[in-house]
Design a protein around this ligand. Structure first.
Ligand code: ADP
Ligand code: MG
Length: 518
């Protein structure tokens, strides 16, 4: 991400700090299941290893941080508006459905909901918008918008704590100030939004249900979220809705005899989560119920890569947003995006594949196609003819500037050139016409060696990171109070001119306290 370079360290000192940091991870629950232990994805508390992390936070000029934070409530609102236009979603994805079975099944559920005029009075979105800083143009460009299963609100918050702790201890030596690592309350804010959705549902005995995969090495990220809920709210994990769920005639969703207020999906975003028809029936059943779905089928579809590309077409944003200023802000972060019915762009991509990324309609990392594979795939699909190309979108490749980083994985610290991807979480809750929550809530930085194309942490490409704000942030004006996790920071930056130093004002909103159970 970085414009300013983090400090270089002597390898022995980096190794020593990595040991200290790994111990901190073990003591504070910054852990994942260890691949080496076959039970680590199914049995909690067995085979833990520290989550892969970067020893020091990635540097980011504060103006980009502010820009990304500013965008969060706009994207939250945009997702909601687009989700309400069922015909737009169906039309935009009509070609994709012909060639992509997974998208087709999602669209089928969506169509059924349109047919019965299903209304979602309470709509909850827990999103993460991901960005990279393009070094060529020095602009912050969106990689994708995740509207389902946005991961790492739990572990991401902890990495910020880890970095602040390390900098407090070693900062003088490194020339770093811990106050430049923004506080990160993604975890508690996501939990608060789930709790608020439960409160809006207004049935005390109904539970918040998190749907998870039967094998999940990232389970502790989910447990972190659940710990914030479990003490005060009826909460349960669920692996098999298909076996235990039913919808009553009045729309109530019952799972294992338990009324469900909120269904929070940390599964369901990949075809692997639907090994048989039973899982598709369960997804449909939940959609038909009165429970709040996070996400609803419409929100899920809005997060597809095809919709990202459609929204980037001229005049499409104008259909959903009124404010010209907001439209400009959103458009400014769009990279080049193309559908593959454009002969010219295919020709260019075949000639210069290194400037593009070919993306299928998949989530979870490891699916994108780059370089020579991209060229071969395009040539092959073109030869095959038909609509096969409609399963993909083409995206401008973003080239962040690489900088020195210390990536710690399995207790070993590797020094190398790395690039980072900034994710900004957003929470949105609506009850009919009333917007109850629309806020930016915390962030996730992921860093990977610059030679790696893909970026997922769970997929094994990247490590968890936080960020270090550079630029003229007047840290002496930033009180410790403002960095408390219960506060959100908003930077409002005055224009720089020749005679006045840049001044950064900080405003804060007290985080919504959790709704009280009656
Ligand atoms: P997924 O749904 O699998 O997470 P993404 O669109 O986020 O799909 O792509 C996965 C990873 O590939 C990203 O985390 C990023 O590291 C890399 N990537 C995606 N798009 C681009 C791009 N346009 N330029 C450079 N890298 C990209
Ligand atoms: Mg991604």
């Amino acid at each position: 991400m970085s414009a300013a370079v983090p400090p270089a360290m002597d390898p022995a000192a980096a190794g020593e700090m990595a040991r200290e940091a790994a111990a901190w991870c073990a003591l504070h629950g910054l852990v994942v299941g260890d691949r080496a232990d076959p039970r680590s994805a199914t049995v909690p508390g067995v085979g833990l290893v520290h989550a892969p992390f970067s020893l020091l936070p990635a540097h980011l000029p504060e103006s980009f941080w502010r820009q990304a934070c500013d965008l969060a409530p706009i994207f939250n609102e945009l997702v909601d508006r687009v989700s309400m236009d069922g015909n737009f979603l169906q039309d935009a994805l009509s070609k994709t459905r012909e060639v992509d079975d997974f998208t087709s099944r999602l669209l089928e559920i969506h169509r059924k909901m349109m047919e019965i005029n299903k209304e979602e009075n309470i709509r909850l979105g827990l999103h993460r918008s991901d960005y990279m800083l393009d070094s060529e143009t020095s602009s912050l460009l969106q990689i994708e918008l995740n509207t389902i299963s946005a991961s790492f609100p739990g572990l991401g918050s902890l990495v910020s704590d880890l970095h602040r702790t390390l900098i407090k201890q070693h900062g003088t030596l490194l020339g770093l100030e811990h106050k430049r690592v923004p506080a990160n309350a993604a975890n508690t804010q996501f939990a608060a939004a789930l709790a608020q959705a439960w409160a809006e549902f207004n049935i005390d005995s109904a539970v918040i249900m998190m749907i998870v995969q039967p094998e999940e090495r990232n389970m502790y990220d989910q447990y972190w979220l659940s710990t914030h809920l479990q003490d005060s709210y009826p909460f349960m994990f669920c692996l098999h809705v298909e076996a235990e769920g039913q919808v009553l005639p009045d729309g109530t969703l019952l799972v294992g005899g338990q009324k469900v207020a909120v269904v929070y999906y940390r599964a369901g975003y990949t075809p692997n989560d639907y090994p048989s028809e039973a899982e598709w029936s369960a997804r449909l059943m939940m959609e038909q119920s009165s429970a709040v779905k996070c996400p609803s089928i419409s929100y899920h579809l809005v997060g597809t890569k095809k919709i990202q590309q459609e929204l980037a077409k001229p005049s499409v944003l104008e259909r959903f947003l009124e404010s010209k200023e907001e439209i400009d802000k959103v458009r400014k972060c769009f990279a080049g995006l193309w559908s593959l019915d454009d002969e010219e762009i295919i020709k260019t991509a075949v000639e210069k594949p290194e400037l593009f990324v070919l993306k299928p309609q998949r989530e979870g990392g490891g699916n994108n196609i780059y370089g020579l594979d991209l060229r071969e795939t395009l040539v092959r699909l073109q030869k095959e003819g038909g609509d096969a190309l409609a399963a993909y979108i083409l995206m401008q490749r973003i080239f962040p500037k690489a900088s020195l980083a210390y990536l710690v994985r399995g207790g070993v610290c590797h020094e190398g050139l790395a690039i980072s991807e900034l994710g900004i979480y957003g929470a949105y809750l609506r009850y009919k016409d009333k917007v109850v929550i629309n806020e930016q809530c915390g962030y996730l930085m992921r860093t990977k060696v610059s030679s790696s194309d893909e970026g997922g942490v769970a997929a094994g490409f990247a490590v968890l990171d936080s960020l270090y704000l550079t630029g003229k942030v007047k840290t002496n004006e930033i009180s410790e109070r403002l960095f408390h996790p219960n506060y959100i920071l908003c930077f409002v930056n005055q224009m720089l001119n020749m005679y006045f130093t840049r001044t950064v004002f900080l405003t804060c909103n007290q985080q919504k306290s959790f709704p009280v159970r009656n």
